[in-house]
Design a binder for this molecule. Structure first.
Ligand code: AHR
Length: 490
């Protein structure tokens, strides 16, 4: 029997719903032939945006969407993507497959997507190859309602009223594809660019500075020391790559060793957040600056036969576990983690949706977001697992992983992962004060490499879980191998 203890009296911070955010880049089939099919398409759409995908994303309550990149952001010139579509500049997408970018999806289309989804836009500006003026004018174009060149241009392009844009990032990976800058140089550039991001008409921009890659602690230290007081958030990028960057491994065909290595590398996110937070604490002890994990997820070799620059990969129960563990980690660090964005929303890396022409399927990762939406805007509760170490040589992991919260109706929500490749666990869920309260649970389970395909799109999906009984101190149940479970009490 493994013990999971939840302490409803020990409350933590609010779990910002933005932790459940997504990322959509002009990369492969994320935007084009993904969410955006164009108004003339036979696939049902509103303003070119696929109706079935919008409906599916609304179901998981997508709270925030990051766009247009990624590496694409630091080569994107937003004025190329406004005005009559047939006059928009055609260019080459140098980062991703060298394909033609016709700019038919631009600022208006993205903000309309956010309106249809009911989510906050998170726009990533261009520092690497853009100017201060260009960035400043983009914010003016989107958010200023008075008389000005950019406001007038927006109205001439058919949108009289300004939008609200809450989140804005000043560059992406400026230590790499965003200009190969040193932290000292970028910190100064950040200070300069952000000065001209104005708050118009009551729109308060939450400014995000480019943060570190993985364990680049020096970057965090320099940024916080030189520019901490000018930012609302600092980003962090960390991907789970089972192998090496040269040979990452297959999305569906993996050994037990690779399975545990993937989970072990995912758990490293916890250490990264703790270490970066400690550095941030030195300059920002009140945790006013949010850590924005705006790229996370699995990164495998592309599916055989697909464009290597499109980063298209399948998604199995292993990915579901990676998502569930990461989301538990973000919940448990919600005093510092203010937002997170899985990479990426559709057809790219750890996607929640895959498409093939008019067909679409929901991946196991989608179903995790569905199970975990109960945590959005809830209050973190202290949770603890008496876990055992399992795995293979060099890849030992705890067998169980948990987070818990209390929502505004006083309901307690627990999300629990069994990391074992082949063994179930009997759970004694110890939680005070819940005697006689109703309990419901849902489960996502399957062989570690189980996945949905266009022939069998519902092979892996969430199901009701009834096999849960009350005890004197809480509840007892059995959780199968490679499984994600959500329990709601009250
Ligand atoms: O998500 C794919 C790429 O990974 C992004 O464009 C970049 O920011 C990161 O390196």
């Amino acid at each position: 029997m493994s013990k999971v203890i939840i302490n409803p009296n020990k409350k933590g911070a609010k779990i910002n719903r933005e932790i459940y955010g997504h990322f959509s880049e002009h990369l492969g089939r994320c935007i084009y032939n993904g969410i955006y099919v164009g108004e003339g398409s036979n696939i049902p759409n509103v303003n070119g945006l696929r109706t079935d995908i919008v409906k599916a994303l609304k179901k998981i309550k997508i709270p925030v969407l990051r766009w247009p990149g990624g590496c694409f952001a630091d080569e994107y010139h937003w004025k190329d993507g406004i005005g009559p579509k047939n006059a928009r500049k055609k260019m080459v997408n140098t980062h991703w497959g060298g394909v033609t970018e016709d700019n038919s999806f631009g600022t208006h289309e993205f903000l309309n997507l956010c309106e249809q989804l009911g989510c906050e836009p998170y726009i990533n500006g261009n520092v690497g190859s853009g100017t201060v003026q260009e960035m400043s004018e983009w914010v003016e174009y989107m958010t200023f309602g008075g008389i000005s060149p950019m406001s007038d241009l927006r109205a001439a392009n058919g949108h009289e009223k300004p939008w609200k844009v809450k989140y804005f990032a000043v560059g992406n990976e400026n230590w790499g594809c965003g200009g190969n800058m040193r932290p000292e140089y970028y910190a100064d550039e950040y200070r300069r660019y952000q000065t001209y991001i104005r708050n118009y008409d009551g729109n308060k921009v939450y400014k995000v500075a480019c943060g570190p890659d993985t364990a680049n602690y020096k970057w965090t230290d320099v940024l916080m020391s030189a520019a901490g007081k000018f930012m609302d958030g600092l980003s962090l990028h960390y991907y789970t790559v089972p192998g090496t960057w040269e040979k990452k491994g297959s999305a569906t065909d993996f050994s037990v060793q690779e399975y545990y290595t993937t989970l072990k590398k995912t758990l490293y996110m916890d250490e990264l957040i703790q270490n970066h937070s400690r550095i941030m604490d030195v300059y920002d002890p009140d945790k006013k600056v949010g850590l924005i994990v705006d790229e996370w997820g699995t990164w495998y070799d592309v599916e055989p036969g697909t464009n290597p620059g499109f980063l298209y990969q399948q998604n199995t129960m292993r990915d579901a576990l990676v998502a569930a563990i990461n989301l538990n980690i973000f919940n448990n660090h919600c005093d510092r983690v203010a937002m997170a964005n899985i990479a990426q929303m559709i057809n790219v890396l750890q996607a929640v949706i895959l498409t093939d022409g008019e067909k679409m399927l929901l991946t196991p990762t989608y179903h995790v977001f569905d199970l975990y939406k109960i945590h959005q805007d809830a209050t973190l509760l202290e949770s603890y697992v008496e876990s055992s170490l399992i795995g293979t040589d060099g890849a030992m992991v705890p067998d169980l992983h948990v987070s818990a919260s209390e929502d505004s109706n006083g309901r307690i929500n627990i999300t629990l992962v069994n990391l074992s490749h082949n063994q179930s666990r009997h759970i004694d869920l110890d939680i005070q004060g819940t005697n006689g309260k109703p309990v419901s649970a849902h489960i996502l389970t399957g062989e570690p490499n189980a996945h949905n395909s266009f022939f069998a799109p519902d092979k892996v999906k969430n199901e009701d879980f009834k096999d849960i009984s009350a005890t004197n101190t809480g509840f007892a149940f059995t959780i199968e191998r490679s499984t994600v479970l959500s329990v709601t009490i009250g």
